[in-house]
Structures are given as structure tokens and as C-alpha cells.
Design a protein around this ligand. Structure first.
Ligand SMILES: [Zn+2]
Ligand SMILES: [Zn+2]
Length: 246
């Protein structure tokens, strides 16, 4: 592992550790690049398990100062993990253009209308809807890569036609647009049902770019064994693994 592009800190309110703890951990593991990608603050603060909007300025100032402090030792990059909420695309683009949050991860945890928790999908219809929304998101051109495409398997533990069709559609769309899809080490680490070997075996047929993301919420998880196991899975299934993002 020489880079990690999916990292949370205590700023997300469900993780631990300061930004600097993750940078130090990255340095100790020999990483050349680290992206800090908090769950994006949402206008109106509807979610108490992520950064509040009023905290953004302090977070941004701290991140900027750490980027400068460590500039000669590691490239720290700015990003956010965002749901595909069509009404917020202009806001996401502003964060990129005005504040330098260049790595916008599509992590579609909740349906576009905020009605379905995609970690707790229960029906084939919800699986299909997840895939449709993810593909719509990929087609906007706003997102840098797709986090945990197989997140529905957290709640929906079948490998049926709905899942096969959904994952095929996502991998085909991502491959066509050269948008990497992430094998998520945090899901493996906490045994959440994803990354699913059957899904990644299927991915090979569409040959999307793949990256391993640690999705660490604790500094010790940043470059843990689960990250290596995800990379092993990519090799096992002959996937096109990308280690550095341009
Ligand atoms: Zn999180
Ligand atoms: Zn994440």
C-alpha cells in the first residue's frame, strides 16, 4: 500500500483520532499519499453522525495547516465522501473549486430522496434502485471514485439476480467512464458482508479500474491487514488495480 484515498477522523463524529494521527500512521506505514475524506457536511445538518456545517471552517483550516506542515514528507490531499444527492451536486462542486476538495468519493449510503438506508436494504427493488442511483451519480462526472459498490450486501445477504444485475450495471458504467470502484477494507475488517468475493469475481468481466480504500475510522485501521487482504482479492480475481490516483 502506497496511498489511501478514503479516510475518516474524529471530525465525522463516529470515528476517533485527529487528522494528524492519521498522517503519522500513514508515515509510519510508508505511504506516499493520504486523502482525508470526511463524510461531507450536509446543509441543514440533518445527520448527527457527521461533521456539522459550522465546523467546516475549523476542519478546513486544520487540514490546510497539516498539509503544509507535512508537505515535504507526504502528499496529503483533500476530499469528501458524498452521497448522490442530485440537489447537492452544485454544493459538492463548490467544495472542489473553492476549497480544493479534489477527491469526491461517491459513497451512496442513503437513497437520493433520503428514504432508504443502503446499509439495510431488504428487497430486490431496493437493490435495483441503489444501482440506478449510483450509475446516475457516476454519469454526472462529479465523482472521483465509487466507494464500496457492494454496500447493499451489508443488509441484503443474497446473491440473486437483483444483485448480479445491479453490480453488473455499476461495473459496466464505471468501466465505460474510467471511474475506479473501491474494494473496501473497512467492510472486511468489521465483517459487514462487503466486499463480497462473488461481486468482485463478477467485476472481472467488466474490467473496471479498482482501488483499495481503507475507509479507516480509527488511525490503527489505516493500513491494517484488511487492506492487504483486499489487494490480495484484486490479484486473485485478476482485477485492474490502481494504486495512485492522478
Ligand atoms: Zn463513516
Ligand atoms: Zn467512508
Amino acid at each position: 500500500m502506497i496511498a489511501n484515498y478514503h479516510t475518516h477522523t474524529r471530525w465525522c463524529r463516529h470515528g476517533s483520532g485527529e487528522i494528524e494521527d492519521y498522517i503519522r500512521e500513514a508515515l509510519s506505514k510508508g505511504l506516499e499519499e493520504l486523502a482525508i475524506t470526511e463524510h461531507v457536511p450536509l446543509p441543514g445538518d440533518p445527520d448527527s453522525r457527521r461533521m456539522y456545517c459550522h465546523e467546516f471552517d475549523a476542519f478546513d483550516a486544520e487540514l490546510n495547516s497539516l498539509i503544509e506542515k507535512y508537505a515535504d514528507r507526504i502528499r496529503v490531499r483533500k476530499g469528501f465522501e458524498c452521497e448522490y444527492y442530485p440537489d447537492l451536486l452544485a454544493y459538492y462542486s463548490r467544495l472542489r473549486k473553492q476549497h480544493g476538495y479534489e477527491i469526491l468519493i461517491l459513497g451512496h449510503h442513503t437513497s437520493a430522496d433520503r428514504s432508504i438506508d443502503n446499509f439495510a436494504i431488504r428487497s430486490p427493488g431496493e437493490v435495483s434502485r441503489y444501482a440506478m442511483e449510483v450509475c446516475e451519480g457516476l454519469k454526472t462526472g462529479v465523482f472521483t471514485f465509487l466507494a464500496h459498490p457492494d454496500v447493499p450486501l451489508c443488509g441484503y445477504s443474497y446473491f440473486d439476480d437483483a444483485v448480479t444485475d445491479a453490480m453488473s450495471l455499476i461495473f459496466e458504467t464505471a468501466a465505460t467512464r474510467n471511474i475506479p470502484v473501491e474494494i473496501n477494507a473497512n467492510g472486511l475488517h468489521y465483517d459487514r458482508g462487503y466486499p463480497s468475493p462473488r461481486v468482485w469475481e463478477l467485476a472481472r468481466h467488466y474490467n473496471p479500474l479498482c482501488i483499495v480504500g481503507s475507509d479507516a475510522h480509527h488511525a490503527a485501521d489505516l493500513a491494517c491487514e484488511s487492506v492487504d487482504l483486499c489487494a490480495d482479492m484484486a490479484i486473485q480475481f485478476g482485477l485492474n488495480l490502481q494504486t495512485l490516483l492522478p
